[in-house]
Design a protein around this ligand. Structure first.
Ligand code: SF4
Length: 473
């Protein structure tokens, strides 16, 4: 069928972007440049495109490896690589070692010329001596150290013998993939090969599950862990929010993997299924309906359906009065969601529960399956953007006039400057947002953003001023 052209004015000099922009029209996916096919994703960014993507190292260090709370997190590379990897994602834990310190070999010019292996070995030994309580060392490779050919794997092997603790080397050099998504994959594979199954504990694991693909941003896990435990289940390993290296080693003993982030963590669930016959289920832990379904599906695996219904009924009774209050205030608002990948489709349904519609959905590193899910959930006429750049974001905020923008820190000030109410759905300014309680927090923060008195004082540039209904109570 003839495809409708959806052009953004800012892309007049970058026509390649047309394949990464689409609209849902007549049940079909109409690409921005009118060409045939589904929205293009997970390919190299076009030179000249002001992408917001991270590198492979960022995905491995910042997302998958970084939350492990009791290991030395060491970057093998220039100091600049370490800077943005640390203190950015608030993946909280019951100890703050991984959040408090960062370690880097600080490769300088002479190290690049003469090689950095000796320096890496020395850094690992020194860090292990300075922090004897650390249970191991995770070393992340970067572009510079990969390009000069440092054999980090060999250094890790030597270091393991010297310090007597596991030293895990991640081959996650920044240029390895087209985005941070490749780093998630490297992180999963390395942890699986190096750690999972390396010890065989005794005990009863007949009701043990792993929560896979939750990184405990602002303590998201506290909103739902106790619900699974109320069913009589034991959470053995959290991959990787608030987890210790010892818990990772025994995650193969679980009966079921409950996979939340299906972009960054399905890899390890697949590998565990292949090697240990551990089944997994995909769940969404955001939103009332999805959280209830996650409990139902997990309970059904263990024959605990009746217990799940009791928990769900109790939780819904507890939060529904607050959800109803916010739904009245948020009804009919139009939202632009821009997240890493799965949250874009997780939250389309959640926002609908609050009476809101997503009119634009975008991801930084989504793959085809993420966009299939977005496409199936977004309303007719919804705009979908893969890897949006800054001019595109500005144009959409200005011309499509969403009432609310849910994105991350990088976009927060752009939104505010354009007079668009904003909620930080990436690292959360407050949160947590998962589970039943988190849904109330999310609704509260959306209400605060939309109905802040500041909008009465601001003269928005080039777009209608947000309509503030009544003061936030
Ligand atoms: S690993 Fe490479 S792409 Fe990533 S921050 Fe370092 S230099 Fe940049």
């Amino acid at each position: 069928m003839a495809m409708e052209t959806i052009e953004l004015k800012c892309n007049v000099t970058l026509p390649e972007r047309g394949k990464h922009i689409a609209v849902k029209r007549g049940g079909c996916c109409a690409r921005g440049d009118g060409s045939e096919g589904f929205i293009m994703s997970n390919v190299a960014t076009t030179p000249g495109d002001m992408t917001e993507r991270g590198c492979t190292y960022a995905g491995c260090r910042g997302v998958v490896g970084g939350p492990v709370k009791d290991v030395i997190q060491m970057t093998h590379g220039p100091i600049g690589c370490a800077f943005f990897s640390w203190g950015y994602r608030p993946h909280l834990a019951d100890s703050d070692f991984h959040m408090k310190y960062t370690f880097v070999t600080d490769m300088n010019e002479s190290n690049i010329v003469f090689g950095g292996e000796k320096k890496l070995l020395q850094c690992i030994i020194e860090a292990a001596q300075e922090f004897p309580a650390a249970k191991g060392v995770f070393v992340y490779n970067t572009c510079a150290t990969a390009l000069i050919g440092d054999d980090g794997k060999d250094v890790a092997k030597q270091a393991t013998e010297i310090i007597g603790k596991p030293v895990v080397f991640f081959e996650c050099e920044g240029f390895r993939g087209v985005s941070q998504s490749a780093g998630h994959h490297v992180g999963n594979e390395t942890i699986f090969k190096e750690l999972v199954g390396s010890v065989e504990p005794e005990g009863d694991f007949s009701r043990a599950i792993n929560i896979v693909g939750d990184y405990n941003i602002k303590n998201d896990m506290r909103t739902f862990e106790h619900l699974f435990e109320t069913l009589g289940l034991k959470i053995l390993t959290r991959f990787t929010g608030n987890v210790s290296i010892e818990e990772i080693k025994i995650m193969h003993k679980a009966q079921l993997n409950v996979v939340h982030c299906q972009r960054s963590a399905t890899y390890i669930a697949d590998m565990m299924q292949a090697k240990y016959n551990t089944p997994y289920i995909n769940v969404t832990l955001f939103g009332l309906k999805a959280m209830a379904q996650a409990l139902r599906d997990t309970a059904a695996f263990f024959g605990l359906e009746a217990q799940a219904e009791v928990v769900i009924e109790r939780e819904l009774a507890r939060v529904m009065p607050q959800i109803e209050y916010y739904r009245q205030r948020l009804q009919g608002k139009r939202v632009f969601i821009y997240q890493g990948a799965p949250r874009a489709w997780h939250w389309i349904e959640l926002l609908r529960e609050l009476g809101m519609e997503t009119v634009v959905a975008a991801t930084t590193f989504g793959h085809d399956d993420d966009y299939q899910k977005i496409f199936s959930k977004i309303q007719e006429g919804g705009l979908i953007i893969d890897n949006p750049n800054v001019p595109e974001i500005e144009e959409v905020l200005t011309d499509h006039t969403p009432d609310l923008f849910i994105s991350g820190n990088k976009e927060k000030y752009v939104a505010h400057k354009l007079g668009v109410p904003f909620v930080n759905g990436h690292t959360y300014d407050t949160g947590p947002y998962a589970g039943f309680s988190g849904m109330v927090n999310f609704a509260r923060d959306i209400d605060k953003a939309l109905n802040s008195p500041v909008w009465r004082l601001l003269r928005a540039q080039g777009r209608p001023a947000p309509q503030v209904s009544s003061p936030v109570t």
